[in-house]
Design a protein around this ligand. Structure first.
Ligand code: VGL
Ligand code: ZN
Length: 207
């Protein structure tokens, strides 16, 4: 059984959003096309923070991009983004949400961030997504979305460690690239961890 995981296609990660990802919008038609492939299950994640989340530079009185220790873990500080139930936290309006059968929310605990759709950054708590996928007999997991160098990367690394045959659809992802080349580095790390880096046309034509 094969699933598609769509990571954080939310307004705040689009080009005019609070934590904008360059070209974050151009992957939406690609993802809509991917959903027409016969996946056994389509799931999506949403970054879903309380308004006083500890990863927000505004809460820490520091600059975006600074690092702090948040409850003992290294944390990059971000602009306020994906505040629960805000317009910025909604799925992009162009995304076809009809095929999405489950939505995993992450980052709700203000004391710890959660880039991965499976676990928080300290691997302390599961989001429940692994249980849902395993419960459906999913063995192959295709991953796309935002951002290549954060939430896609950590979701895919966890997927590899959880035993999924993991495919990252490169052209259906875009990165933040705080430093130039971060997305390419993330893809290299994913390859080294055993993930397959593929292109949407290959996924679409293979099915
Ligand atoms: C993300 C930074 C902070 C992401 C979420 O979706 O990649 N990045 N929160
Ligand atoms: Zn976040």
């Amino acid at each position: 059984m094969t699933a598609l995981l769509i990571v954080d296609i939310q307004n705040d990660f689009l080009p005019r959003g609070a934590l904008s990802v360059s070209e974050g919008d151009v992957i939406i038609p690609v993802i809509n096309q991917l959903m027409e492939v016969d996946f056994d299950l389509v799931v999506a994640s949403k970054d879903w923070h309380p308004k006083d989340h500890g990863s927000f530079a505004s809460i820490q009185g520091k600059a975006v991009g600074d690092h702090i220790l948040l409850d003992g873990l290294d944390q990059i500080l971000w602009p306020d983004h994906c505040v629960e139930n805000s317009a910025g936290s909604e799925f992009a309006s162009e995304l076809n949400t009809d095929p999405i059968e489950h939505i995993t929310h992450k980052g709700m605990d203000k004391k710890i961030d959660s880039y991965s759709a499976f676990f928080d950054n300290g691997h302390k708590k599961s989001t429940g997504l692994d249980g849902i996928l395993k419960g459906e007999g999913i063995e192959k997991l295709y991953i796309c979305g935002l951002a290549t160098d954060y939430c896609v990367k950590y979701s895919a690394l966890d997927a590899c460690n959880l035993g999924y045959d993991t495919f990252v659809i490169e052209d259906a992802c875009r990165g933040v690239n705080l430093s130039e080349g971060d997305s390419d580095k993330a893809l290299e790390e994913l390859r080294a961890a055993g993930a397959h880096i593929v292109q949407s046309k290959d996924v679409i034509s293979a099915c």
